[in-house]
Write a protein that binds this ligand. Structure first.
Ligand code: KIV
Length: 271
């Protein structure tokens, strides 16, 4: 028997209520119809059409190359699969930085063409104007602080962020600014657990962590990582629930062998 409250459709308000009653929020990335259908049936609270699609779906080394058109295509497939989950879509690199009008136009395209429920973007002070402008159109915005992969060439590494006091102070200030600007939630990526706890206690909107410890309002993982579709990405924060790479490879090897030996198709598998 489930101990959590039955929710028909998750909205940004549902997440706020969950924070208030101390119920943790579950979030996973999804990029296509079939996976999203399974995750929604499992009752995941939030599906993130992350720009990590650039890595796990398109094979790029970073999240920078994925385009707005590609993100919209992924998001539209996810939306078609979902009955219950809140679907948040990443604004890709180059679609919102430094120009709040372009940010608004990009967010409108995602909402209109994919029929998404909310958008997410990376950064603090430098994107506050864009966030405010997107909100004027009634589009809910999720923030993203800490390790922000779209800035990888500025950071130089994917190491833990905000370990030093100056960067931690900047992050606390950014979290406050994002809340004041009107974000409905913030993702904190790869920062010390103590700092994430401080942010979660300081702001009233839900804080979702990835590599940010247990003392936040929810957790997000990249689905390809937690299902073990990727074998070569093993950060300390990742819990792998399956080794799908091996499961799929073994199934395909068996299929190849069955085809070659004419074991497949058998008498029942033909007309
Ligand atoms: O794109 C993504 O998958 C993300 C998560 C890591 C939060 O932004």
């Amino acid at each position: 028997m489930s101990t959590y409250k039955e929710i028909k459709k998750v909205t940004t308000h549902t997440l706020q209520e969950m924070k208030l009653r101390g119920e943790k929020i579950s979030m996973l990335t999804a990029y296509d119809y079939s996976m999203a259908k399974i995750f929604d049936a499992a009752k995941i609270d939030v599906l993130l059409v992350g720009d990590s699609a650039s890595n796990v779906m398109h094979g790029h080394e970073t999240t920078l190359p994925i385009t707005l058109d590609e993100m919209i295509s992924h998001a539209a497939s996810v939306i078609r699969a979902v009955d219950r989950s809140l679907v948040v879509v990443d604004l890709p690199f180059g679609s919102y930085q430094g120009n709040s009008k372009e940010a608004l136009n990009s967010a409108i395209r995602i909402m209109k063409e994919a029929e998404a429920h909310a958008v997410k973007l990376e950064g603090g002070l430098e994107v506050v104007e864009s966030i405010k402008r997107i909100l004027t159109a009634g589009i809910p915005v999720m923030g993203h602080l800490g390790l922000t992969p779209q800035s990888i060439y500025k950071f130089g590494t994917y190491e833990v962020r905000a370990k030093e006091e100056a960067e931690a102070d900047r992050l606390l200030n950014d979290a406050r600014l994002l809340e004041e600007a009107g974000c409905f939630s913030i993702v904190l990526e790869k920062i010390p657990s103590k700092l994430a706890k401080q942010v979660g206690e300081m702001i009233k909107i839900p804080v979702i962590g990835i590599g940010a410890g247990p003392d936040v309002d929810g957790q997000v993982l990249v689905s390809h990582d937690m299902l073990g579709i990727n074998k070569d990405f093993s950060p300390k924060f990742l819990r792998r629930y399956l080794s799908l790479y091996d499961v799929i490879k073994e199934a395909v090897e068996q299929y190849i062998s069955d085809v070659k030996s004419v074991d497949f198709p058998n008498e029942k598998e033909q007309y």
